[in-house]
Design a protein around this ligand. Structure first.
Ligand code: C5P
Length: 301
């Protein structure tokens, strides 16, 4: 039987508003997720026993056992559908860097869910898959969904953003290092403990108006991320990367999610390419990539 192949995008957060820590250790969020055209490819085929093989960007750092998020997603699907789910071999071709604030692991989990839904002919809807996805990780439902969406709760409660079909041109600057998401949240709490009480997270009306207008200049000005101060405190070199991007004319510059990837918005594809070349030449990051958004969620090939 031929394997089922799914392509799945990286995500960035155009806004990430983070509330105080909850009793369960998570933080309530309001975030504007945006999928970009940097894709992992996940193929799933029947096998004698479950197995995971990872190749490409950062492959050696990804567990190839039961801790692998894609395999955890497959097991979550089996739990939701008792009696369904022959053993599978999952092959992951990575282009999304690991622990980079781009939800690469969540993307692979989402792809595995979509692939097994097809392979096992389980016929779950996107909504049903999203519910299972939410149990696997906070960003997994969005990787199934794709596009631009508002996330609430831990990030798993999604509403499609009703915005026109504008295409945005991004430059991603990959850092020489990684940041652990729990550590960045913890540092955020620490930095805030010295300041006044933390407000509940809220959607930024200015950003939403900019997205509705499809205006990259306004979107660039409205990008925000409550995790950025902590990411900069833990990885001070990122400040140089952000400053360089602004100097080279980016419409907006932001740490992506919990970092350390930095993202920059450009007016069009030519400007994005020029910015990528300049950043690359400035030696302020490990490597750069251009990407467009919004990109579709996990999709069968
Ligand atoms: O849900 P996920 O496994 O992707 O989250 C990774 C970690 O990020 C959590 O263990 C938690 O420390 C932190 N997190 C959080 N609040 C969220 C999402 C993630 O504190 N809304």
């Amino acid at each position: 039987m031929t394997p089922v192949i799914v392509r799945v995008p990286a995500k960035i957060n155009l806004q990430l508003s983070v509330g105080p820590p909850r009793a369960d250790g998570y933080h309530d969020l309001v975030t504007v997720f945006h999928a970009v055209s940097l894709f992992d490819e996940v193929s799933v085929a029947p096998a004698d026993q479950d197995a995971v093989a990872v190749s490409g960007e950062g492959a050696s750092q990804i567990p190839a056992n039961g801790d692998n998020l894609a395999l955890r997603a497959v097991n979550a699907l089996r739990t939701a559908l008792p009696g369904v789910g022959e053993p599978v071999r999952i092959s992951i071709k990575k282009r999304i860097p690991v622990a980079a604030g781009l939800a690469g692991g969540s993307a692979d989990a989402a792809a595995a869910l979509v692939a097994c839904n097809e392979l096992w002919d389980t016929g779950l809807t996107h909504e049903q898959l999203s519910e299972i996805a939410a149990d696997v990780g906070s960003d997994v439902a969005f990787a199934v969904h794709g596009g631009t969406a508002v996330g609430r709760g831990r990030g798993e409660q999604l509403t499609k953003a009703l915005v026109p079909n504008a295409q945005y041109h991004w430059v991603l600057a990959f850092a020489d290092g990684q940041l652990s998401t729990p550590t960045v949240y913890q540092k955020t709490d620490e930095l805030r403990s010295e300041a006044s009480p933390v407000n509940a997270p809220a959607l930024d009306a200015t950003l939403m108006a900019a997205l509705r207008a499809g205006d990259p200049v306004r979107v660039g000005n409205a990008l925000s991320n409550d995790l950025q101060p902590a990411a900069l405190a833990l990885f001070p070199g990122l400040r140089k990367t952000l400053d360089a991007g602004k100097e080279f004319g980016a419409l907006g510059a932001l740490v992506s999610g919990s970092g350390p990837t930095c993202l920059f918005l450009a007016r069009n594809s030519e400007r994005a390419l020029a910015l990528a070349v300049s950043l690359s030449g400035a030696g302020v990051c490990r490597s750069v990539a251009t990407a467009t958004g919004p990109a579709p969620g996990a999709t069968l090939r």
